[in-house]
Design a binder for this molecule. Structure first.
Ligand SMILES: [Zn+2]
Ligand SMILES: [Zn+2]
Length: 342
């Protein structure tokens, strides 16, 4: 089979040839049909400081947003049949640590992540523990299946608390912000405001259901949000940008007693006025990481057919053309890059 791999500790990936993986009794073999590029894969591609910490072995096959067909199963595998189409929970939990014992599998202390700590799925075949496979109902469009993993992040960000009738500011219109926009609308949010410096992403956020668009390079964020919310401020901020400037300008617009979900990762620590913007405002703040095992997956399965994810997919390419996909994400032309693998 062929696969996209990090072959040495430097920028870029290579296509490698490898034998089809052998499975153990608790694993399944998946023939990968669709896969998509995550922002974290881009960090691995450019080989930044964060990525250097994540890789322990070369070559390492990357990729963790995956959809494919079960083609082989170990003898201990339950509830999955050959031919089932599955999505993948990319976080491998240990089942033994304190966090796993109390049911917080998504923050397992011994977490391994597909495509970083273990070989991933930008390949023709992928072996995984069967408990990491999520059987997908037939009525879900197969090309959307790899997007269910990041959609789970959007689901947890939006639904950390009730969203119905709330005014929401979404900061950062990458794939997760765009999915969150649609989830807010179908879950009954009132006014949804999206914010990004990229006009194309803002345009797509409107297609996904955003009611108001803010470009902080052109608009005064505070004044515009106050105008939209009749001088009240937003009830909820969903932060996906990972930009400290984006976060700081957004947080000034939240109403007292509001709620914030933080998912975007910041490139470095920054100073922030906690007194005035968190404590005095009586905010509730959620750090969002991974997907709750398996409750987020059930929510995602129930929500995905109420949303059209097509506008988010900007590129459909073959594994061999990966460089185009990564470069177009880096230069801001791409939103979600989908690999069609046969
Ligand atoms: Zn990811
Ligand atoms: Zn654990």
């Amino acid at each position: 089979m062929i696969a996209i791999a990090k072959t040495k500790p430097e920028k870029g990936f290579e296509i490698i040839k490898k034998d089809i993986p052998k499975i153990n009794d608790d694993e399944i073999l998946i023939e990968v049909k669709f896969a998509s590029i995550c922002g974290s894969d881009v960090h691995a591609y450019v080989w930044d400081e964060w990525a250097k910490e994540e890789f322990n072995e070369f070559p390492r096959i990357i990729g963790h947003e995956i959809g494919g067909i079960v083609v082989e199963k170990g003898k201990n595998v339950k509830n999955l049949e050959i031919g089932d189409f599955v999505a993948i929970e990319s976080h491998f939990w240990c089942n033994e640590c304190y966090n796993c014992k109390v049911g917080n599998f998504h923050v397992c202390k011994n977490m391994k992540i597909l495509g970083f700590g273990v070989d991933g799925g930008f390949a023709n075949y992928l072996r995984i523990p069967y408990r990491n496979a999520i059987k997908v109902p037939n009525n879900i469009k197969k090309e959307f299946v790899p997007l269910m993993e990041p959609m789970g992040n959007a689901v947890d960000s939006v639904l950390a608390e009730d969203i119905s009738s709330k005014n929401v500011l979404i900061v950062g219109c990458g794939p997760i912000g765009l999915m969150a926009t649609a989830i807010c609308k179908i879950c009954g949010a009132n006014k949804v405001i999206t914010m990004d410096i990229n006009e194309n992403r803002l345009r797509i956020s409107k297609i996904m259901g955003s009611d108001y668009l803010i470009n902080p390079n052109k608009d005064n964020v505070y004044e515009k949000v106050m105008e939209i919310t009749d001088n009240t401020g937003v009830d909820v901020i969903l932060e996906f940008s990972g930009s400290s400037e984006g976060f700081k300008s957004a947080i000034k617009t939240i109403v007292e007693g509001g709620r914030v979900s933080l998912l975007g990762l910041y490139s470095k620590p920054f100073e922030f006025d906690f007194n005035n913007y968190f404590i005095m405002k009586n905010l509730r703040v959620y750090g969002i990481i991974g997907r709750k095992i398996y409750s987020t997956w059930f929510k995602t399965i129930n929500l995905i057919n109420k949303i059209d994810l097509t506008p988010i997919i900007s590129h459909r390419i073959k594994l061999e053309d990966f460089e185009k996909g990564f470069e177009d994400i880096l230069n801001g032309k791409a939103i979600k890059v989908l690999f069609e693998i046969s």
